[in-house]
Design a protein around this ligand. Structure first.
Ligand code: PBG
Length: 359
């Protein structure tokens, strides 16, 4: 006989057997259960009362793609609903995000192909697209945080995050450039520098560079455990590095089979001065997120990346999933796993939903 919470689930002799004939007696005998977990789920008010994890707009970081021009909104084919925005449109998006009390934006540039070269020199141009967007947003919407990627891939003709010589990524030379790129962004007013390049030693070099220049209040969110993932495909479409990328990023981004290595990466970034750490991609790496939060108790973020966005939107657009519900459930999964916040292209959509009180 099945036993649950120390008591038999069925009373001997009285429980109907699934294979026996239906009994003639009217009411089946009540099970003698001390614990009935369903009591805590019987109405919305009690479900809300006992809920352990909730999503609020404070948990959201909204990634935006930028493009040159004015009044430009170019759809990203592999990310239905996402547009590349010119700076003026990005300011408008920042205003709507601030109204929804989304605390922070993450900016990514689509660099005109004519401005890309093998050194990624446009990354160091103090008047590049990203710097113009930072200045405009900080001026018009000063209450919202602005975070920027540090990596060379939107700027290089070969699509890699670092400098390349004879097919080899040059770690230390790249780190020197990244530290300068971070400084250029900090000078433009960026609040959080987010190195996404996965070079060894870059967090320490960036921290030192920022401090030496007096930017002690500029934070670093390290893409600490960033995996070499097929789920970045649509992002590369959005920033225009998909067609240019030569080879893959497996000599610097992490191998999907590893989790101990993620802890070592996170430990190094914290030791080098990261204020916050990130695990990326999101849902396919929830186990890593959980281990990182448990091990270090740092502000820990998850990136629900472009491919995850595309998968959900693809199914929703086909009528196979209920969008609002599926998106909310996916974001709540990050909270359950230990995330303090989530970078998600759904930020504005879910922000609207939260504001309406829907969950
Ligand atoms: C660039 C960068 C990538 C993403 C964020 N920063 C792509 C990559 O590493 O190739 C991916 C984000 C996404 O897929 O949504 N270093």
């Amino acid at each position: 006989m099945a036993i649950k919470f120390g008591r038999p689930l069925e009373r001997s002799g009285s429980a109907p057997s699934p294979i026996s004939e239906p009994r003639q007696e009217a009411a089946p005998e009540r099970l003698d259960l001390a614990m009935r977990p369903r009591r805590n789920r019987r109405a919305e008010w009690v479900r809300r009362m006992v809920r352990e994890h909730v999503l609020t707009t404070d948990d959201l970081i909204w990634p935006l793609f930028l493009v040159d021009g004015t009044k430009v909104r170019t759809p990203v084919a592999s990310m239905p609903g996402v547009n590349r925005l010119s700076v003026d449109e990005a300011v408008r998006a920042a205003e709507s995000a601030a109204k929804l009390t989304i605390p922070c934006l993450a900016l990514f540039p689509y660099t005109d192909p004519t401005s890309r070269d093998d050194q990624g020199s446009e990354a160091l141009n103090a008047d590049n697209l990203i710097c113009r967007a930072i200045r405009a947003i900080k001026q018009e919407v000063p209450e919202i945080g602005v975070m920027c990627d540090v990596a060379l891939d939107p700027y290089t003709s070969h699509g890699h995050d670092g400098l390349v010589r004879d097919g080899v990524i040059l770690n230390d030379e790249t780190v020197a450039v990244l530290a300068r790129q971070a400084l250029v962004q900090a000078e433009a007013g960026c609040d959080i520098i987010a190195p996404s390049d996965m070079m060894d030693g870059r967090v320490g070099a960036i921290r030192a560079g920022l401090d030496d220049a007096g930017f002690t209040d500029v934070s670093i969110m390290a893409y600490a455990a960033k995996y070499a993932s097929a789920f970045y495909g649509p992002f590369r479409d959005a920033v225009g590095s998909n067609t240019t990328l030569v080879g893959d990023k497996r000599t610097y981004q992490m191998d999907s089979g590893n989790t101990d290595e993620a802890l070592r990466e996170v430990e190094l970034d914290i030791a080098e001065g990261a204020d916050m750490v990130m695990v990326k991609p999101g849902l396919p790496y929830l186990d890593v997120l959980h281990r990182v939060k448990e091990a270090f108790a740092m502000p820990t973020f998850a990136y629900q990346v472009s491919g995850e966005y595309a998968m959900i939107v693809g199914a929703v657009d086909n009528g196979w999933l209920d969008g609002d519900k599926a998106i909310m459930e996916s974001l709540l999964a990050f909270k359950r796993a230990g995330a303090d916040g989530i970078l998600t292209y759904f930020a504005a959509r879910i922000g609207e939903q939260l504001k309406k009180g829907g969950a």
